[in-house]
Design a protein around this ligand. Structure first.
Ligand code: ATP
Length: 332
């Protein structure tokens, strides 16, 4: 392998689960799911730079001009550092991804990762997973390991259930724990408005709340007895047909009620989104980001503007978009 020099910058998308069905709880602590992922045009960027010093360095910013950056500036005025929620040590998913590729390389130096984040942190959009996917691809290109998409997906799966999808992008059905991906067709873009919350929801807490609810309603029967969910044909049909009204009618997330139970302040925001003209709204993944589906681009702009006038941060996005992409490479 040649000696790594310079930097590689890679983008990776955040995701919405347009349908998320949660099946039985496994002994591993994960659940079997049937998820329909859609990658959306809110991107993380990771720049990997080779360093002579061994080890993995990390720096993080909110992408200049993003809603996250604007919110961080406002919070900084009250002495709150929103970047502090992102781990800077070896537990960061991007650092863990880089460690896996370093181990597969013969490079005895290190790497510095710079993360530019636009996907809400702990927001249910797989931002950390997108960073991990981007770091896998950036380090693979930098170190010349040429691991190939199947091996990168295998490494990604070790880091988190959403990492393989961030590598792939587009629309895909995820079975198993979400990592057994089958690409699906969605030839026409859908228009969404994302409403990031100014707090996070822990994904394990949302799943635990769902399991608790299921124990209560089944009179104690375990969450491990829930049937294995199948890919939802009606959702895939609406995506293939490019039919936003059809999709609005079948959006579904089993984690929505648990997330709204943990964060009831999201209910009126969902209602405001519908009042502003969205076709339907859903909690994204484990929340708290809300995804409002709109008829077309003009409606999405109007919904975002209307929410903005009410003091609610709202970002129009489209999906599907591609997965990880190498954007630039500098030598030395
Ligand atoms: P999930 O993929 O579990 O649904 P999420 O999309 O809700 O996660 P993330 O932004 O990925 O949320 O972060 C979840 C947690 O992971 C954070 O609270 C943070 O402690 C940790 N974390 C690790 N690496 C990162 C990273 N690169 N960016 C953000 N958070 C990270």
């Amino acid at each position: 392998m040649p000696t790594p020099t310079g930097s590689v910058t890679v983008s990776a998308p955040g995701k919405i689960n347009v349908c998320f069905l949660v099946g039985p709880l496994l002994s591993s602590g994960y659940h079997r799911v049937a998820s329909v992922y859609q990658a959306v045009s809110l991107l993380e960027h990771v720049t990997a730079t080779a360093t002579d010093e061994p080890g993995i360095g990390l720096s993080v910013e909110f992408t200049p001009g993003s809603v996250l950056a604007a919110r961080a500036r406002r919070r900084a005025d009250s002495g709150i550092d929103l970047l502090a929620a992102i781990p800077r040590d070896a537990t960061n998913l991007a650092a863990r991804a880089a460690a896996l590729v370093l181990a597969a390389s013969d490079w005895d130096g290190g790497v510095h990762l710079h993360l530019s984040k636009a996907v809400p942190v702990a927001g249910g959009m797989g931002g950390g997973s997108a960073d991990a996917a981007a770091a896998l691809v950036a380090c693979d290109a930098l170190f010349g390991t040429a691991l190939g998409s199947r091996e990168l997906a295998r490494l990604g799966e070790q880091l988190g259930a959403d990492v393989p999808f961030a590598l792939l992008g587009g629309v895909a059905v995820g079975l198993g724990t979400g990592t057994e991906l089958t690409p699906a067709l969605a030839p026409v873009p859908f228009h969404w408005v994302l409403v990031p919350a100014d707090f996070g929801i822990s994904t394990p807490r949302a799943f635990a709340a769902l399991d608790e609810h299921r124990r209560a309603v089944t009179g104690g029967a375990g969450p491990d007895r829930i049937p294995v969910p199948a890919a939802p044909a009606d959702v895939l049909h609406a995506l293939r047909a490019g039919d936003p009204q059809g999709l609005a009618a079948v959006l579904h997330n089993d984690l929505q009620e648990p997330a709204l139970g943990l964060a009831p302040q999201l209910r009126p925001v969902l209602a405001e989104g519908l009042a502003a003209g969205a076709l339907a709204g859903i909690v994204s993944g484990s929340g708290p980001t809300l995804a409002l589906l709109c008829l077309d681009e003009d409606d999405a702009e109007a919904v975002a503007t209307s929410l903005g006038h009410r003091g609610i941060d709202a970002v129009p996005v489209t999906g599907p978009v591609t997965g990880t992409q190498i954007l630039s490479r500098t030598s030395g």
